[in-house]
Design a binder for this molecule. Sequence first.
Ligand SMILES: Nc1ncnc2c1ncn2[C@@H]1O[C@H](COP(=O)(O)OP(=O)(O)OP(=O)(O)O)[C@@H](O)[C@H]1O
Ligand SMILES: Nc1nc2c(ncn2[C@@H]2O[C@H](COP(=O)(O)O)[C@@H](O)[C@H]2O)c(=O)[nH]1
Length: 213
Amino acid sequence: MRQTPTIDRRGLLLVLSSPSGAGKTTLARRLITADQDISMSVSVTTRKPRPGEVEGQDYYFVDDPTFKRMADNSELLEWAHVFDNYYGTPRAPVEAAIGQGRDMLFDIDWQGAQQLSEKMKHDVVRVFILPPSAGVLEERLRRRAQDAEDIVQQRMDQAAAEISHWPEYDYVIVNTDVAVSMEGLTAILSAERLRRERLNGLTAFVRDMQNQL
Ligand SMILES: Nc1ncnc2c1ncn2[C@@H]1O[C@H](COP(=O)(O)OP(=O)(O)OP(=O)(O)O)[C@@H](O)[C@H]1O
Ligand SMILES: Nc1nc2c(ncn2[C@@H]2O[C@H](COP(=O)(O)O)[C@@H](O)[C@H]2O)c(=O)[nH]1
């Protein structure tokens, strides 16, 4: 059997944003399980853990002074104030992954997506997840049953503002059915991995071939 040659490439940063409850955490978890070549960026947050959330897996849960110190020391690649709490992306794992040609997945809001795009423009692929309707969004927030009523209401109140950022993204997926959304997401990832600009081993590969011709 003929083998496809391996061509070195830069890692990419796949960003998922959406109004709260549209399903990005659900899609992110599935993608991480299905694809061994992408790993999750674990954010730091001052939010309290939800039932079942695991330290170091869902988030690094810290207090306000710790978050401030990390931001002041440039340990965060981006950070934002979202729904009365601070959230940020630790810098070191992202820089290591990119250099080693590994991909990273981000579940961050539009402010984080903007900051990441400014800093690492060509490495970032942005996907906006929309719910099928406002009614379904509210239903999902309630069915998750992990936030108090006032928090669900606050997130619904913010949904229109969040959604207004969709034109800043490279792709948009309407998350009606998880399996169909996953097909879209994996297609995006496969195509983006093949982009010529990311294949930094391509020049050497082609030159070798030309020398053999
Ligand atoms: N396509 C779908 N069909 C039905 N339910 C879904 C779908 N996608 C996600 N859900 C459910 O909707 C709820 C919210 O999903 P999830 O927590 O993934 O949203 P999120 O966008 O990550 O929210 P947040 O921004 O608050 O973290 C969960 O209970 C999840 O199981
Ligand atoms: N800018 C950033 N936004 C982040 C980060 N981690 C999560 N988030 C976003 O916050 C809201 C709320 O999340 P929840 O877990 O409390 O429901 C959601 O939109 C996330 O995408 C981050 O590091 N930076």
